[in-house]
Design a binder for this molecule. Structure first.
Ligand code: B1M
Length: 211
């Protein structure tokens, strides 16, 4: 089943993804495993093929749509076991110059499922927009996502911008993440928190809230 799901993402099979997910859920496969062992390996393969010039942008876009559709169908099951007591506010966005949003959307989903209020600024978010959102929403956390090595410096630029305006303090912690981002990089640009995936992101935030 995991292989079928992975293959559906890899081949951009929009027609069958919903029924495959529902079948996997019906077979009592845990939602998180459907995501981690089925859908995500599929998009990894897409990325590898794209890197070898075996796929073109429109094909990658179709595969991304299949992945997002799969995640949408899976959403109620992924959020099932979560507690909803309010834990804090998160302002979230993909940094300037970057339009990848599937990982960010997963992070958002997990935070909402765990009782956080999330203000999603979307993609290609300039430092000024993050700053304005901090002033408006007074979040406990600001989450920056980047998928391109060329947009990673935007994370540093955003942090610098927020620092310069005195918008960072112990009340507003900055978390960074995304495929090319590492804990080492996060440390080097002065981020407060780093997470490798959406589940870890929530765990990090909860830990910080508990103090
Ligand atoms: Co793009 N792309 N892409 N792409 N794309 C990558 C990232 C790439 C690695 C593919 C490759 O070459 N092998 C490559 C980057 C290379 C590099 O930087 N060194 C690449 C490139 C080059 C590009 C373009 C430049 C291509 C072009 O135009 N020539 C272009 C960039 C456009 C731009 O942003 N300005 C581009 C465009 C696109 C599409 C539009 C076609 C599409 C995006 C659709 C969308 O997002 N709506 C796309 C896709 C789908 C991919 C790959 C195949 C898959 C990304 C994805 O959704 N992964 C990707 C290859 C890959 O990553 N293997 C690739 C699934 C997602 C769930 O994972 O986002 O990593 P991820 O999120 C994870 C964690 O990283 C973490 O949690 C999530 C899961 O739990 N996480 C956080 C993410 N954000 C977090 C924030 C946190 C904490 C954790 O705290 C706040």
């Amino acid at each position: 089943m995991f292989q079928k799901l992975s293959r559906a993402v890899e081949t951009g099979d929009l027609q069958n993804i919903k029924s495959l997910i529902l079948q996997a859920v019906k077979n009592d496969l845990p939602a998180l495993e459907i995501l981690n062992r089925g859908l995500l390996p599929g998009i990894e393969k897409v990325g590898e093929k794209f890197g070898r010039d075996e796929l073109f942008i429109p094909e990658v876009m179709l595969c991304a749509r299949v992945l997002q559709e799969g995640i949408d169908v899976l959403r109620p099951h992924l959020q099932n076991n979560s507690t909803s007591a309010f834990k804090g506010r998160l302002v979230l966005g993909t940094v300037a110059g970057d339009i990848h949003d599937i990982g960010k959307n997963l992070v958002k989903m997990m935070f909402i499922a765990n009782g956080f209020e999330v203000f999603d600024l979307g993609i290609n978010v300039a430092p000024e927009k993050f700053a304005a959102a901090i002033e408006e929403y007074h979040p406990h956390f600001v989450g920056l996502s980047a998928l391109l090595t060329t947009t990673m410096p935007q994370m540093a630029a955003t942090i610098k911008y927020l620092d310069a305006r005195g918008l960072r303090n112990n009340k507003c912690l900055i978390m960074v993440g995304g495929a090319p981002v590492t804990a080492e990089f996060a440390g080097s640009i002065g981020a407060d928190l780093y997470a490798d995936n959406a589940i870890e992101a929530v765990e990090q935030a909860k830990k910080a809230v508990r103090g």
